[in-house]
Ligand binder design. Structure first.
Ligand SMILES: [Zn+2]
Length: 478
């Protein structure tokens, strides 16, 4: 009401020169817009408890499973939260490298976990799925659970996640489980929720990892609809159990939960094999990693090995280390071998003729079949918002923001996730253009109105004299 009178006053005034409130009108609109921006920026600050986050990974959950199979529990989770349909992961699209990129925000060449199988030629150390406990491999980066624990009165917990059972920078999470694929999902869930609800200092960052649907994707291949339907229903039931447990413990509304994955899965076939033995003698090289990205350490002249391999198959890209495309961000690390071979989607590199798995991943990270998804729910996230894509390295700065942690240097961009977060102001280009045009229209209309009123008030009025006489003629009547 007050604003209304203020505006009316300004419109009726004779000249902007004599009326500071016309300038104030402009200021008022500017303030109105600014306050809108500020509201967007400060957002929902209703959660004053220390922010908490549970990061969940279902290994090998290909993005388009969401469109092609039924996920009643996951879809309910998404309905009340956010969904990123495709997450562009990092090359190579394997489990250890991508899980470490999620928790560090770094490309593989920067965090050092460049494959599931590695060899360091200086120390002569080997790394594999079953030999991953040496901190040497992990210490090129600091994962978020370590950074979180450096804050006062905070602890981290892990019901498995690559690296969480290793003393990275001399620290494991305060609560963790040694990796064992035979531990059931239920046991992992019980552990993590117990730690989240009872620990002191409170667990503010937690991880939960599950091997499916990756294991079944390898075994049956993603095109085996019946087998995949069965395992994806189990995955969805696990998500149902997770949500139910969080609700039962009173954590559902206060805890932020991210459900994501490391990579997708491609269908392989006996008819799509690249047999290295047909191109090069095994005595000419050491094989550090095999498929679909082979890491080759030559025992003879590098160029000679390269020449033997470069025409091995039209479905094999052969790179000298220095020629690996920049877009892979996969070059500047001593653990990357002198020659790498990258198979086309669905092709398998072998040293003999047998195919060991019907599904695989590790291929070019620009392939949609290699992408996972991301869904999130909690006080930090919008409800019912969907966006098409983000990078896997963007998850780290988003998690640091939610937890109020100062991020380590990383390759991610918080701006790519702003639209997911309630405390960030997010606008798309078409909307921004619309707002600017709208604001210009309002200002133009107001200016015209002011000019019109000024002209009207300053124009000669035929009855003004008569009115003046009316006002002043009392003495004459007397
Ligand atoms: Zn796998």
């Amino acid at each position: 009401m007050q604003q209304h009178n203020y505006l009316r006053l300004c419109v009726l005034s004779r000249s902007p020169d004599h009326c500071p409130c016309c300038i104030s009108t402009m200021t008022f609109f500017a303030l109105l817009m600014f306050s809108g921006l500020m509201t967007g920026c400060t957002g929902n600050s209703s959660y004053s408890l220390p922010p908490r986050l549970l990061l969940v990974s279902f290994d090998g959950f290909r993005a388009d499973y969401l469109q092609n199979y039924e996920f009643p529990h996951l879809q309910n989770f998404i309905k009340e939260g956010v969904l990123v349909e495709h997450v562009k992961n990092v090359f190579i699209t394997k489990t250890f490298p991508n899980h470490y990129s999620i928790v560090t925000g770094l490309y593989e060449e920067s965090h050092g976990i460049i494959a599931n199988s590695m060899y360091d030629s200086v120390t002569k150390k080997h790394f594999s799925d079953f030999n991953d406990k040496d901190p040497f491999w992990w210490n090129e980066a600091i994962p978020i659970w370590v950074t979180n624990q450096l804050q006062e009165n905070r602890s981290s917990a892990a019901a498995m996640w690559p690296g969480t059972d290793v003393a990275i920078y001399n620290a494991t999470p305060s609560y963790f489980m040694n990796y064992s694929p035979s531990v059931t999902f239920k046991e992992r869930l019980n552990n993590i929720t117990t730690w989240l609800s009872t620990s002191s200092p409170p667990v503010t960052f937690a991880t939960l990892y599950w091997e499916e649907p990756d294991a079944s994707g390898h075994k049956y291949g993603p095109e085996d609809k019946e087998s995949m339907r069965r395992v994806l229903k189990e995955v969805d039931d696990h998500i149902g159990d997770l949500v139910q447990k969080l609700k039962m413990l009173g954590l559902w509304e206060s805890l932020n939960v991210i459900i994501t994955s490391d990579h997708g899965m491609a269908q392989c076939s006996e008819s799509r094999l690249i047999n290295l033995d047909l191109c090069i003698s095994r005595s000419d090289y050491s094989l550090i990693d095999l498929t679909p990205v082979a890491a080759i350490l030559p025992k003879i002249n590098i160029t000679e090995v390269y020449d033997k391999l470069k025409n091995c198959s039209p479905h094999l890209n052969v790179y000298l280390k220095e020629d690996i495309p920049n877009r892979f961000h996969y070059q500047h690390n001593d653990r990357i071998q002198p020659i790498i071979l990258v198979a086309d989607e669905g092709w398998t590199i072998v040293q003999n003729k047998s195919l060991s798995k019907l599904g695989d991943h590790g291929y070019d990270n620009s392939l949609p079949a290699m992408h996972p998804f991301l869904a999130a729910h909690g006080p930090a996230f919008h409800r019912g918002y969907k966006q098409s894509t983000m990078n896997i390295v963007d998850i780290y700065p988003m998690m640091c923001h939610i937890l109020g942690l100062k991020p380590q240097p990383n390759n991610g961009t918080l701006g790519h996730t702003k639209c997911l977060l309630v405390d960030q102001w997010c606008i798309h280009l078409p909307e921004a253009i619309g707002i600017v045009i709208g604001a210009l229209l309002v200002l133009t209309t107001l200016t015209c109105l002011i000019i019109f009123m000024q002209n009207r008030l300053s124009a000669p009025r035929p009855f003004s004299r008569l009115q003046l006489q009316d006002d002043d003629d009392d003495p004459l009547i007397e």
